[in-house]
Write a new protein. Structure first.
Length: 364
């Protein structure tokens, strides 16, 4: 086994980290306080090819591999998880499904503007009554001449308010219950109406909307969320370690106390384990090998690691960790949602259980 990143992967990682440190990290706290989506940032990401890292060059992308994309998400999320999730949804949930499943005409029309960052992609699946049970969605699609009329509402749609390109799911066969009666459509953002912008616990530099519509994706998306969680956890660890080396109590650095040393040791160990699970899942996807269970394991472990380790970072900092003087409280708020979207931790455990039990479990 070779765990070394290639020269190209290291270069993409370096370029992303430099941009994140210069253009994202200094502003992340103010974006969070103001609940502001940094629209001006994304042309800068696009200029480096980061809006289409693993999209083939023939469709306007950078043509890098999926692990390179995961490295990008990790570095962006380390600076600001809101920026990370915007790029993750844009790429994993919108652009790559069109590349994989779209017709030649659809790929030629929709993918290049997405890969160049000229349009931001969104994934419109969730509704008020269908979250984990996605097969119960009510949005309908009815044939109308050469096209379709889509009607319904969507909820919790990241990037939904940006007027870009939506990968949207609707029921085309009312007589068939569950997911088998559902089809996927590509919809221009100007064909939907934003009815509400969500007020969220974290990820305040991303936009999450309710939409009113009038007119194999999750496997890769889960790996992207694992990378996002990994970046958040790494950022929290970095702050906790630096603080422990500077803060003094009882005449000694708190890093010299065993209680703090053990916290940092556990944090570093879990983050390394999450990174290996995430990179393995990304490598399997890149090789075209089965990766459903591996992606679920990566997402499950990395998201729970992020939630645990951001809480531990606050504990290391003590009282100031609970204030906005340091960013660890923001990391803690941002981390929680990684256990929820792209499939809750409970759904990930179900996916893993079905795999290890030979899919003997069945829906009731």
């Amino acid at each position: 086994m070779d765990f070394e990143l290639s020269a190209d992967q290291r270069e993409i990682q370096r370029l992303t980290r430099e941009l994140a440190e210069a253009e994202i990290a200094p502003h992340a706290s103010s974006w969070d306080r103001e609940h502001r989506f940094p629209q001006e940032l994304f042309p800068k990401l696009a200029a480096l090819g980061l809006m289409g890292v693993c999209v083939p060059e023939e469709y306007g992308g950078a043509g890098s591999d999926f692990l390179s994309y995961v490295l990008v998400l990790e570095e962006l999320s380390r600076a600001d998880a809101g920026v990370g999730v915007t790029v993750a949804v844009h790429t994993s949930a919108a652009t790559l499904p069109i590349v994989a499943f779209g017709s030649n005409e659809q790929k030629a029309r929709f993918v290049p503007p997405l890969a160049r960052g000229e349009r931001i992609g969104a994934f419109a699946l969730t509704e008020s009554g269908s979250g984990s049970d996605a097969g119960s969605l009510r949005t309908t699609a009815v044939p109308d001449g050469d096209g379709w009329v889509l009607s319904g509402s969507k909820q919790w749609i990241t990037n939904g308010a940006l007027g870009g390109t939506l990968v949207l799911f609707a029921r085309t066969d009312p007589a068939t219950a569950g997911a088998r009666g559902v089809s996927c459509f590509i919809v221009d953002g100007d064909q939907v109406r934003v009815t509400r912008e969500e007020e969220k616990l974290g990820l305040n530099s991303s936009t999450t909307s309710d939409l009113r519509v009038a007119m194999a994706t999750l496997d890769g998306g889960r790996i992207g969320i694992a990378a996002q969680a990994l970046g958040i956890a790494q950022a929290a660890y970095d702050v906790a370690r630096a603080y422990a080396l500077e803060r003094e109590q009882f005449g000694r650095r708190i890093a010299d106390f065993q209680a703090i040393q053990w916290k940092l040791a556990d944090m570093a160990t879990e983050i390394d384990a999450a990174r290996l699970l995430t990179y393995r899942a990304a490598w399997l996807k890149q090789q075209g090998l089965p990766h459903t269970a591996e992606g679920a394991k990566a997402k499950l472990f990395a998201s729970e690691t992020a939630r645990r380790q951001t809480a531990e970072a606050i504990q290391v900092l003590g009282g100031v960790g609970y204030t906005k003087e340091f960013p660890v409280e923001r990391y803690y708020r941002d981390a929680k949602v990684t256990e929820i979207y792209e499939g809750t931790s409970e759904i990930q455990r179900l996916v893993i259980a079905r795999h290890i039990l030979g899919r003997q479990l069945r829906d009731t």
